[in-house]
Design a protein around this ligand. Sequence first.
Ligand SMILES: Nc1c(NC[C@H](O)[C@H](O)[C@H](O)CO)[nH]c(=O)[nH]c1=O
Ligand SMILES: CC(=O)[C@@H](O)COP(=O)(O)O
Length: 139
Amino acid sequence: MARFLIVEARFYDHLNEMLIAGARAALEDAGHEVDVLTVPGALEIPGAISLAIESQQYAGYVAIGVVIRGETYHFEIVAGESARGIMALTMDGMAIGNGILTTENEQQAIVRADPSQLDKGGEAAKAALALLNLQAKFA
Ligand SMILES: Nc1c(NC[C@H](O)[C@H](O)[C@H](O)CO)[nH]c(=O)[nH]c1=O
Ligand SMILES: CC(=O)[C@@H](O)COP(=O)(O)O
């Protein structure tokens, strides 16, 4: 059993609830414990995970959030930079799954957040589990 941290950017409550449910189910079904930390937006997720890594309390992490395109270039920044920050941490050998949805509209997000549909939260959790297993394989 290991302890995982879900770091969620709480921008759309109903979508995050579904994503977290999927991620939590995947992790708990694998016998692990889960904490949840909430940050303002997706751009804060990589920094929050970096701080949590320093605490050495968690074996792995799942980033959860929803970025839906608006009228400006900000979508590209939020979507791209949150992914880039998470990837940088992953390339440092951290077990992190990226469950930040980046969609054109809410309907696309609903389909992907719903555990009974595309379950991207569960998918991200399983990615973190896979990386944790690789850490053990290559230790
Ligand atoms: N528009 C969305 C944001 N924007 C906020 C940023 O993530 C960040 O919190 C702000 O720029 C302050 O640093 N965040 C999301 O998670 N989803 C969005 O759709
Ligand atoms: C993804 C975003 O940043 C978006 O929610 C903001 O909308 P806008 O580009 O219309 O300010």
